[in-house]
Design a protein around this ligand. Structure first.
Ligand code: ADP
Ligand code: SF4
Length: 734
């Protein structure tokens, strides 16, 4: 189909410095965990976005020197010629699709753990890091020689970037990196010409930009990513105070070819990567618009805001908010988003759901994966393309039982590969447990996980969906007439309080009773009796806090009890922790951490503190050493108990079929596989990955088990760059 002319503006070229981007789609710098150390994964992941139509594709933060070493977080690096070789592959892949490659130059001062390099970062004032207060990290206060050395590090890194083939260097003046540490009063205690007034504190940032312009600016664009408001009050950067004044100052120096604008800082970068639970599309609009009004028409401004709708993008451009649509997560969830708009296939866009699982992978020091797009990060190591599927050489008929995330994904990929698929579910709609999730407070955007797959499934003529059928038994499956069977029957919340803490039910907790409820029961309307409700959360992600908020909004007095150190502990990885806490506080939801349930009777929940036993070890019985145990208990008034403790696989159908393996041949069933939560309950991205992988590898010898993938690591006996004893590149002034 032809492109809708109202979207033409999105495909206009934009010039910045010596470069012109072919359209207005900019893949903002974002973390992956691939870094320079996994060149294949990095290059093919970024190259896929260029293929999908993003005119500029940037790396993640790229350390310019071993003094700014984020290990064990894996960043891109431009420390030496080895990094140049590895990142050159990224540039080649991006250029192959006519896009520009950008690299974000990063020096992190006091917040650099340097756990690999063991160097010491320099900074404005020799202060301890507030981002990692527990790690004993300090910068060494820089004198003017040090400042010149650091600026030289930026220049050397930019020259290496040019060697690698990058088209633009973006100075990170955000996320509390060194330019911001000089700029912010909180960090900058200097009394020389780099401290004091705003102009003095801005000097370092401006000098870095000017040095880069002079060194590479006629060939590479020199841009910056800046936060106009750190969203944490006085002494930090506030938009209408020093945020916009700094933009005016830097702009008047003429050293910045393009501005990418954000808010939030390193301590709370969930304000930049705002999750859909807390921030709606284009929440940074007012901040970005003001920057645009300062820099005028000649200097483009990039705006992020989890844009997935072309209409929202056009509105942002036409309103004068920005010139370029920046995206990290929407480009992860759908690398082909621009192409789909260009081809008039807007309904095919796999919209980001704003869950921040991608962020959580990085925060766990792992590799980026995406809930919506199971191929992200798998382009190189498994050879998966998000839009291309190898046609099945000999397609047979497949019955998929269960249309939750795993079953939908598997049926869709099998369908795209040419199999004849029947997707059956006893529920009247697609989505499995995710239908409930999408109705939790704040989780409406999570529903895109279902709607994207529904649209795709409805387009496939070789896929039939049978919903609202009688729950299938092993007899039904065997007699169905399918060549192969995939079981995707999901999981349910434990009804007896079973959880990870003690791996036993909670005495008296039985969801058959009126006073005890599971999340499914709440979502299907079971009445929550009484006033005082306790949510027992052993899951640690969004369900516990969602149940607490739902019930607080109904006027209940809610207490959330968790065995973990923090409420919704996993949300420290998705960057939602601070706003989860603010929400609980605002709604008057009390919480108790490091406690678990001992027993429940209507009216009273009895808890124990996890660390109630003695710290020391004693001879508790003759010959037996251990802790002195305590039987101390804490009572909470509790009219109704909500169990968010653990999920239990719906594994019976698969087990029945496996037990009747001898009958498969008689019924001409060649194979039975299981995927998703019925195999093992995990986060939705893993259920989707499971379904996708099985469908991609359906003809392998043992599809239940994954094929090997390429592991990027040094193979012994092959040389590395640099070698021990190579000279250190000179950055000190001579
Ligand atoms: P997953 O996350 O693994 O995809 P879900 O729990 O979200 O799992 O979805 C499982 C789906 O399977 C639910 O919609 C449920 O109605 C369906 N289901 C479970 N058992 C049967 C069965 N025996 N016959 C048909 N559908 C089933
Ligand atoms: Fe969006 Fe979630 Fe995918 Fe991240 S993991 S890109 S937030 S859908």
């Amino acid at each position: 189909m032809a492109r809708n002319p109202k979207y033409d503006i999105l495909f206009e070229p934009v010039t910045f410095g010596p470069k012109t981007m072919r359209n207005r789609f900019w893949q903002t710098s974002h973390c992956t965990g691939y870094g320079s150390d996994r060149p294949g994964t990095q290059a093919r992941f970024r190259g896929m976005k260029a293929e999908g139509g993003w005119a500029v594709v940037c790396t993640e933060f790229c350390s310019i020197h071993p003094e700014s070493d984020e290990y064990p977080w894996h960043s891109a690096r431009l420390w030496d010629d080895g990094d140049v070789v590895n990142l050159r592959y990224l540039c080649d892949e991006v250029h192959r699709h006519r896009s520009l490659a950008g690299v974000q130059l990063w020096y992190n001062g006091m917040h650099s753990p340097c756990l690999e390099s063991r160097e010491v970062a320099r900074g404005p004032s020799g202060l301890p890091s507030n981002v990692f207060p527990e790690r004993c990290l300090y910068d060494a206060a820089a004198d003017e020689d040090d400042i010149r050395a650091i600026i030289h590090m930026y220049v050397l890194a930019a020259k290496r970037a040019e060697q690698a083939g990058f088209d633009l260097v973006e100075v990170s003046g955000a996320d509390s990196t060194l330019p911001m540490q000089f700029l912010e009063r909180r960090y900058n205690r200097r009394s020389d010409r780099y401290g004091g007034s705003l102009a003095n504190r801005a000097r370092f940032y401006v000098e870095v930009m000017a040095a880069l312009k002079q060194a590479v600016g006629d060939r590479l664009a020199v841009t910056t990513r800046f936060e106009t408001d750190t969203i944490n009050g006085e002494c930090r950067i506030q938009h209408f105070d020093e945020g916009l004044h700094f933009v005016e100052l830097m702009h008047s120096e003429g050293v910045c070819d393009l501005w990418a604008v954000k808010i939030g800082d390193y301590e709370e970068w969930g304000e930049d990567a705002g999750s859909s639970r807390f921030r709606k599309t284009n929440w940074m609009r007012p901040f970005v618009s003001h920057v645009k009004s300062i820099v005028g028409a000649s200097v483009p401004v990039v705006s992020n805001g989890r844009f997935t709708s072309p209409d929202d993008m056009v509105t942002a451009l036409r309103s004068g908010q920005c010139d370029v649509i920046g995206a990290a997560r929407p480009s992860i969830a759908d690398p082909f988003l621009p192409t789909k708009i260009a081809e008039g296939r807007v309904e095919d866009i796999r919209e980001c759901i704003g869950c921040n699982i991608c962020v959580s992978r990085m925060q766990q020091q792992a590799l980026l994966s995406c809930t919506q797009n199971p191929t992200s990060g798998e382009e190189y190591r498994r050879g998966w393309h998000p839009e291309q599927f190898e046609p099945a050489a000999d397609p047979c008929s497949v019955l998929v039982v269960g249309a939750g995330p795993a079953g939908m994904e598997c049926a869709m990929v099998l369908g795209k590969r040419g199999y004849t698929v029947h997707l059956r579910d006893c529920a009247p709609e697609l989505g499995g447990h995710w239908r409930d999730v999408a109705r939790y407070p704040r989780c409406a955007e999570y529903g895109r996980l279902i709607s994207y797959r529904q649209i795709q499934l409805e387009k496939l003529r070789n896929v039939e969906m049978h919903l609202g059928v009688t729950a299938m038994t092993a007899d039904d499956v065997l007699q169905y007439g399918a060549d192969k069977v995939v079981i995707a029957t999901g999981a349910h919340w434990a009804t007896d309080g079973l959880g990870a803490e003690v791996h036993r039910p909670v005495a008296g907790a039985d969801a058959e009773c009126a006073e005890v409820l599971t999340p499914e029961q709440i979502m299907s309307g079971k009445r929550v009796v009484g006033e005082k409700v306790v949510v027992l959360d052993g899951d640690g992600y969004f369900t516990g806090v969602a149940m607490a908020e739902l019930l607080a909004d109904q006027g209940k007095a809610v207490t959330l009890v968790t065995n973990m150190n923090m409420v919704a502990e996993f949300s420290k990885y998705t960057m939602e922790m601070p706003n989860n806490k603010r929400m609980l506080h605002e709604k008057g939801i009390r919480f108790l951490t490091n406690h678990w349930a001992h027993s429940f009777v209507p009216g009273r929940l009895r808890l124990f503190y996890l660390y109630r036993d003695s710290a020391g070890l004693y001879e508790v019985e003759p010959g037996r050493w251990g802790r002195r145990t305590s039987d101390e208990l804490v009572d909470l008034e509790c009219d109704a108990l909500v169990l968010v403790t653990a999920r239990v696989p719906n594994g019976a159908l698969y087990a029945d079929l496996k037990a009747r393996r001898a009958e498969w041949q008689r019924h001409e069933v060649q194979a039975v596989y299981r995927i998703g939560d019925c195999h093992a309950p995990r986060q939705a991205l893993n259920a989707i990955f499971d379904g996708h992988r099985l469908a991609r590898e359906f003809e392998s010898a043992h599809p239940q088990h994954p094929l090997p993938f390429i592991r990027e690591r040094q193979i012994w006996g092959h040389s590395t760059i640099p070698q021990r004893g190579d000279p250190r590149p000179a950055v000190e002034p001579v």
